[in-house]
Design a protein. Structure first.
Length: 504
């Protein structure tokens, strides 16, 4: 629900602001506080905190567990508030005395409004991690759905009241970001209250739990978030070269993130506390088996999604975004960038899972070192490719470095565990790759036939151009995978059969 609503948010944003310089300024300004949501809500804070939280519960009981949580929250509120204050005052001083004009000034003004979102998302991430550790997964992600609802509402309710021109109305979206962050944090409190949690101040300055979380969180911030840091660095580069590149690449990233978030991040969120529990029990046989099964499911789902994002990139972008201020020219720019970025989906999703295996083992340093190296390679590729190919060049750079990152992580994890037992995964890939090629060729041919015979004028024809090729391609992919004995395909078939029998 949260990912679909996130896509609806991007549809509303695209129609409202297109992919011009105002959109570029807003997206780049939002990238900076939103990076903390990616790092903390889907990465470093939960990766560092959940294993400690679970260990406290196992070894010292619930009272010590809640006290540790309050120490972390107390330290988080103080440090995040200090960072927000410094950044907001710094931006205010720069705007007062700096020579900034045009889209650079607009970007800084928007960043000043949105940066306090960082504090709210830090708090929400901690509360979500606590709920995950207690076995709650639906409610925390429903809070992310609420966040997107508020941000969509800001397009229609706040933006029109901010002025007559787009560069003034865009501040309605910035205010919506703050309101959304507050709503998401508040949404986590009722289930925690029912679990017995009560907040009280615990001095974080000399607390051992806080020191341990910080020690693990800082390297994990880099280790788990290679993709998001890539987006930030390449966004800075793109904003300096030509501001609309930021919006063009941003819309491509959002489409790629839909399957990554719906399945990849959800799977990684579930696997972290699961793997942490197995590591705490030193049950490494089950640890390897669970990791392998998670990667098997991930490859089965996201390999097909990658194929669709490549062969159906143009009709997807046209269906979702081409309306209002987002015209046919914007569609052409975004779909090319998406087709170049899409192959990175499998690698980035797998990086999310493999990195969490390290975190469950208490190692946040190795993923950090690998990610720092890959970030440097990505930035080099981006510098070389952005001038001739613009947003498409950024897509190619991210794709190349994502596979490099995954390969290095798997190599390092094999050394750490002695063996990974990924033989079944290699067998699955020998069946999944041909199945994906068959599905891709089927979707590409049907889409070409649809465009030649029917075109894409009107919503129904645009809808058909995406989903008519997709349905038979999905069926072929699943049938070929099932026939070849891919475990994920067989498990899904067995699950469907059992559900049908249960319904009867």
């Amino acid at each position: 629900m949260s990912r679909v609503l996130g896509l609806m948010r991007e549809i509303a944003y695209a129609a409202f602001m297109g992919n011009g310089w105002v959109a570029g300024a807003f997206m780049f300004a939002f990238t900076i506080p939103n990076l903390f949501r990616r790092l903390l809500g889907e990465g470093a804070l939960t990766a560092a905190f959940i294993p400690i939280f679970k260990e406290k519960e196992r070894t010292e009981g619930e009272a010590a567990m809640w006290r540790a949580a309050n120490a972390v929250i107390s330290g988080l509120l103080v440090s995040a508030a200090a960072v927000v204050l410094v950044v907001v005052l710094g931006i205010t001083a720069v705007l007062a005395w700096g020579p900034f004009t045009g889209y650079t000034r607009l970007m800084l003004e928007l960043l000043r409004v949105m940066f306090p979102y960082m504090l709210l998302v830090c708090l929400a991430a901690t509360l979500m991690g606590m709920l995950n550790a207690r076995g709650y997964f639906f409610i925390p992600t429903l809070g992310a759905a609420l966040l997107n609802v508020v941000m969509i509402a800001s397009v229609f309710l706040l933006a029109p009241r901010m002025g007559e021109t787009l560069d003034r109305q865009i501040f309605g979206l910035a205010i919506g970001v703050l309101v959304a962050g507050l709503a998401q944090a508040a949404f986590q409190l009722p289930p925690l209250w029912r679990e017995g949690y009560r907040y009280y101040w615990v001095s974080p300055w000399h607390d051992p739990t806080v020191r341990e979380v910080i020690r693990k969180m800082l390297p994990a911030s880099v280790g788990v978030a290679a993709f998001q840091i890539n987006v930030l660095l390449t966004g800075m580069l793109a904003f300096g070269v030509y501001a609309p590149i930021v919006a063009t690449f941003g819309f491509a990233v959002r489409l790629m993130e839909l399957p990554q978030g719906v399945f990849g991040v959800s799977l990684a969120t579930y696997l972290l506390p699961t793997l942490s529990g197995l590591a705490a029990e030193k049950n490494y046989t089950a640890f390897r088996s669970t990791l392998r099964q998670g990667l098997d499911y991930l490859l089965f789902v996201n390999l097909l999604a990658t194929v669709f994002l490549v062969v159906l990139a143009e009709p997807m972008v046209r269906l979702l975004f081409q309306r209002g201020n987002f015209g046919a020219g914007s569609t052409a720019e975004v779909y090319v960038a998406l087709a170049c970025l899409a192959p990175s989906l499998v690698a980035y999703s797998s990086v999310n899972i493999v990195a969490r295996a390290f975190f469950a083992l208490g190692d946040t340093t190795t993923p950090m070192r690998i990610s720092v190296f890959c970030l440097g390679v990505n930035l080099l590729f981006a510098v070389l490719l952005i001038h001739p190919y613009r947003a498409a060049g950024l897509g190619v750079a991210n794709t190349a470095t994502s596979f490099l990152n995954l390969g290095l992580l798997i190599f390092a994890l094999r050394k750490k565990l002695g063996r990974l037992e990924l033989g079944q995964l290699r067998i699955s890939l020998t069946a999944l790759i041909p199945a994906a090629l068959i599905a891709g060729l089927t979707g590409w041919w049907i889409n070409g036939f649809w465009e030649t015979q029917l075109g894409h004028e009107g919503f129904l024809l645009r809808f058909g151009a995406v989903f008519v090729p997709m349905v038979p391609a999905v069926v072929l992919y699943w049938v070929v995978s099932w026939w070849a004995g891919v475990p994920a395909a067989c498990d899904i078939a067995n699950l469907l059969v059992s559900k049908v029998k249960g319904a009867r």
